[in-house]
Design a protein around this ligand. Structure first.
Ligand SMILES: Nc1ncnc2c1ncn2[C@@H]1O[C@H](COP(=O)(O)OP(=O)(O)OP(=O)(O)O)[C@@H](O)[C@H]1O
Length: 944
């Protein structure tokens, strides 16, 4: 609706502004809270005079003031009324509650109105606006290694996989888009206020927060929050033990100060309406404090000054600013008590589709894009590494840089390790600082680049080690200078300045481009140090301490740290990364390069110390893993995520000896690697060890983050695997192609677990082949995939031909009646199939009848799951007849179908002729409690 004097030619006029004010008076009186801004604008635009303002201000309540203003503008005529509405529209944040109303009335100001200025004088809106402006400015670029190369966030941001977990860490699906992060989807504790996001190093937690902040600054985040405060947790470690701040200091001094707010209105508003605030705290794992605050009382007053960590803890727990929303990120493995967490999200990096999208954003040049895509496809290990955005960014950035310098440069080859990725980044940094003469080479000489840059590299490495030793991620200018870094060195890219508000003071401070790079350089320092004993390289292995529930001693509300274990492979991630990079830098393939920087003898000694340490630790570690004997699967060994770190280190070391030793040390029939947070590139490391395993081995890799790249890396190991469990991962039909080739070639597989992946009918066809051609295969789990009747038919046909298959799980696909009919056909006279689940597959009575008929001709099946289908009384009589004849079934699970008392009677009748069946479960069908009483004489017919 067009409002205001109709100077716009031809535009239809809506009802008069005066009429609107009369008919919507109630909404306006209720929703308009700030009168000052209206009066300021009416006055400055000459619609009212000082006296009018004074009279209105004499009214004691805001509502009365609004009423009086309404009367005043109405008395001044149409233009004043129109301008009044326009103020409410333009002073956006001051009247945010009226946004739906403007939408309802389809407000559109006339050109005339748009020419009269509106100034938002509301201090709260001004503060909100300032926050939006600052956040918008601070978040619009993705940090790169030089300001010249910064890319706009919106040009490069690509969604990653955001999995929602419940309080038991079970997957609840994925978030569709970042905008849904703050919504109700996935909330398991409505009373808590902290959204907890975890993920591995470099998976994109900080960038996700940056995107969130950026969306808010542009009003594109689906929230009515007026204030958004971003903090990095590492800032809280920078305070001294004696430092004290209040909540107000935290917000105003360390984030954003409200200008011109003499009456302290902003803070009063914040305290009154905490639900209008969002906080983000990035990197909870980076808080390091020996400071024991366990006896310090909780802070409940916003004015009270105390240690900043306590302010943070009390905010997260909701003891301060109850009602405000907090988003907290941390590396995987950092635990926070469930009662503090509102919802949990785990970031899993790029899926192959995301990676494709991200690659296309990086390489607008079609030729480059084609080249890079080709190389990614050809090297699944590289693809796996690239599923972590940070590593992908480094690889792509380095590729682009080196391509621009030397025409023949290609992406790293298939045996790239994480250390080589970071060496590549260093090469880029160092080459950027080389004197111009050196850059003119036509061929790349990595050794020259490192030799020329060795002074600077050593200085950065020293600084990094200093930080690790002192548990610091932020450095002052004195630190930088004392390590021998010069002004120009700071331009190279290793360090970036820390923004002012994070740094508790005006002095310039720096941090490494990424914490993983910090770890890499600290490892480099250990290698470069010529003066210390070779055993010094082990200092972080030795220092490794396992804290299952991470930090903090002070956070009584967030969980206490547990006693420390001595296992050297158990540690917090940045130290683990130092060890990992150390292994990589001292690996044989990197020796030639390192010899340009460190005397060969010194290197040799360090490498020997490391190898011997690894060999011993591996033995000890493997011996300490929990083992138990299972009747069917033999000796099972249960590896945990620290085993994975060990395997990663061995892979980086590239030592076949240690890998062989590890494979031998596993000495079990079954290796359980479930819930170890394995991502695709780790599969190369696992394969590096497992392919040395002499005997057959069952491997359980359920509940990890493995996609097709990972499965391809495991290819050589499938020749040994009797159990292949890859349930709850990210694999598609392309992995099934690999599995089909390998498993059919070796024919030793007994168990194939593929539950909850992305397998379609094409994959099902290949699984059917595996079932048909692997004579030892007894268990296949395919639930929660995307298999329809087409895939169902393939599988049924495979099962029909198998003489070994014992247990098949198809829960949660959509095979429907056609699929059920095919399975019925497979059941006829089957000799081995004992457990079958066709639950939640959309089967109706039509399919039910086919199944029933087949059951009359089957005696192998004992347990049959048909839960959550649509089978009704129409199939009951066939089922009843089948039950009379069948002598194999012990349990028939018909929970959540559509049987009525009539169907139940038929089933009960059938049961009376059957002595083997122990249970037919009809819970959740259409039988009332009253009707259930008819069946008390047949306890095998269950309703609960
Ligand atoms: N969604 C994304 N889209 C594009 N690039 C991304 C994305 N996520 C991460 N990156 C790239 O990866 C780099 C590292 O990401 P980020 O710092 O967010 O990781 P992180 O999970 O916070 O790591 P850490 O736990 O080690 O601090 C970013 O600087 C950016 O270049």
């Amino acid at each position: 609706m067009l409002i205001g004097r109709g100077s716009d030619e031809g535009a239809p006029m809506g009802p008069s502004a005066l009429k609107i004010l009369i008919s919507h008076r109630e909404v306006l009186v209720e929703q308009v809270k700030n009168t000052q801004c209206i009066l300021d604008n009416l006055l400055s635009s000459g619609f009212v005079c000082n006296e009018d303002v004074e009279i209105i201000q004499r009214s004691t309540t805001k509502t009365n003031q609004v009423r009086e203003i309404l009367e005043l503008v109405q008395s001044k005529g149409e233009e004043a009324c129109a301008y009044f509405i326009h103020i409410l529209h333009e002073a956006y944040d001051a009247y945010i509650d009226l946004r739906p109303w403007f939408k309802d009335i389809e407000y559109k100001p006339s050109e005339f109105l748009q020419q009269i200025p509106v100034v938002n004088t509301d201090p709260i809106s001004k503060y909100s606006e300032k926050l939006r402006h600052d956040l918008g400015r601070d978040t619009c670029f993705i940090t790169s290694y030089s300001q010249r190369e910064e890319t706009r966030l919106e040009e490069l941001y690509t969604d990653t996989q955001m999995e929602i977990l419940n309080d038991r860490n079970e997957s609840q699906g994925y978030l569709e888009s970042l905008v849904d992060l703050l919504g109700d989807n996935g909330v398991f504790n409505k009373d808590a206020e902290t959204i907890f996001i975890t993920g591995d190093a470099g998976v994109g937690k900080s960038i996700l927060l940056q995107k969130l902040q950026n969306l808010w600054s542009k009003r594109e985040l689906n929230t009515r929050a007026k204030f958004f405060f971003k903090f990095r947790c590492r800032m809280f470690s920078a305070f001294k033990e004696t430092d004290e701040i209040s909540l107000k200091d935290l917000i105003f001094k360390h984030n954003c100060y409200p200008d011109m707010d003499p009456d302290n209105e902003v803070f009063s508003y914040i305290l009154r309406f905490p639900e209008t605030i969002i906080f983000t705290f990035d990197g909870y794992d980076e808080i390091h404090s020996d400071f024991d605050l366990s006896n310090v009382p909780d802070v409940v007053s916003p004015e009270e000054r105390t240690h900043p960590l306590l302010v943070l803890m009390n905010l997260l727990c909701g003891k301060l600013l109850k009602g405000s929303l907090k988003v907290l990120t941390a590396r995987t493995g950092t635990e926070v008590q469930s009662r503090v967490i509102r919802k949990k999200v785990i970031l899993k990096g790029f899926s192959p589709d995301h990676l494709q999208r991200y690659t296309a954003l990086h390489f607008p040049n079609k030729e480059h894009l084609a080249l890079v895509s080709l190389q990614l496809d050809a090297s699944p290990h590289l693809g796996g590494l690239c599923s972590i955005p940070l590593f992908c960014w480094i690889i792509f950035k380095s590729f682009k840089h080196l391509q621009s310098m030397y025409n023949d440069f290609e992406l790293p080859d298939s045996c790239v390790t994480l250390t080589s990725v970071f060496l590549l980044l260093s090469e880029v940094f160092l080459s950027r600082s080389s004197p111009p003469g050196l850059l003119k080479r036509s061929t790349r000489c990595t050794a020259d680049t490192f030799r020329t840059g060795s002074r600077m590299l050593a200085a950065f490495a020293r600084l990094a080690l200093l930080g690790i030793e002192e548990n610091r991620f932020v450095f002052r200018q004195e630190d930088v200078t004392s390590c021998g870094l010069e002004e120009d060195d700071l331009q190279v890219g290793y360090l970036k300045p820390v923004s002012h508000y994070d740094a508790c003071g005006g002095q310039a401070t720096f941090e490494f481009l990424h914490v993983t790079l910090h770890s890499f350089l600290a490892a480099f320092s250990l290698v470069l140090d010529k003066d210390s004993e070779p055993t010094e390289v082990l200092k972080f292995f030795a220092q490794c301490e396992y804290r299952k529930s991470h930090r903090f001693p002070c956070a009584s509300c967030l969980g206490k740290s547990r006693p420390r274990d001595k296992d050297p492979f158990q540690n917090n991630a940045h130290l683990q990364f130092i060890n990992l990079f150390l292994c990589g830098l001292l690996s044989k393939p990197n020796m030639a390069l390192m010899e340009h920087l460190v005397p060969p003898l010194c290197l040799k000694k360090k490498r020997a110390v490391l190898k011997s340490y690894l060999s011993n630790s591996v033995k000890l570690h493997l011996r300490s893993l929990p083992r138990f004997k299972s009747e069917t699967e033999g000796i099972k060994v249960h590896a945990m995520s620290n085993f994975l770190w060990m395997v990663r280190c061995i892979f980086e070391t590239n030592s076949e000896d240690v890998a062989r030793l590890t494979a031998k040390g596993i000495s079990a029939d079954y290796l359980k690697l479930a819930f170890c947070n394995i991502y695709s590139a780790d599969c190369s490391a696992i394969n590096f060890v497992l392919h040395h395993h002499r005997k057959c081995l069952g491997v359980d890799m359920d509940n990890n983050n493995i996609c097709d790249y990972g499965v391809k890396q495991l290819r050589p190991s499938f020749s040994k695997m009797t159990v292949v469990r890859l349930c709850v991962n990210q694999i598609t039909d392309s992995s099934i192609e690999v599995l089909a080739e390998e498993l059919i070639r070796y024919k030793i597989v007994k168990v194939l677990g593929l539950y909850k992946n992305h397998i379609t009918d094409a994959g099902a066809k290949l699984v059917a082949q595996i079932i048909e051609e692997c004579p030892r295969l007894i268990t296949v789990k395919l639930g929660l995939n995307r298999i329809t009747s087409i895939g169902g038919k393939y599988l049924a046909s495979g099962i029909k031909k198998s003489k070994s298959i014992f247990d098949v799980g198809m829960w949660g696909n959509t095979i429907g009646d056609e699929g059920a009919e095919a399975f019925a056909e497979a059941l006829r006279n089957h000799t081995s199939l004992t457990n079958l689940s066709l639950s939640a597959n959309g089967i109706t009575s039509q399919g039910g009848r086919h199944i029933a008929k087949a059951l009359s001709e089957n005696s192998s099946l004992h347990i049959f799951w048909l839960i959550g289908n649509k089978i009704s009384d129409e199939a009951a009589s066939d089922l009843s007849e089948a039950i009379k004849i069948n002598s194999g079934l012990t349990h028939v699970m018909l929970i959540d179908n559509q049987f009525s008392v009539h169907g139940a009677k038929l089933l009960s009748e059938g049961l009376s002729h059957n002595t083997t069946l122990k249970e037919i479960n009809l819970k959740g069908n259409l039988v009332s409690e009253e009707e259930e009483k008819h069946f008390v004489a047949e306890p095998r017919l269950r309703f609960h």
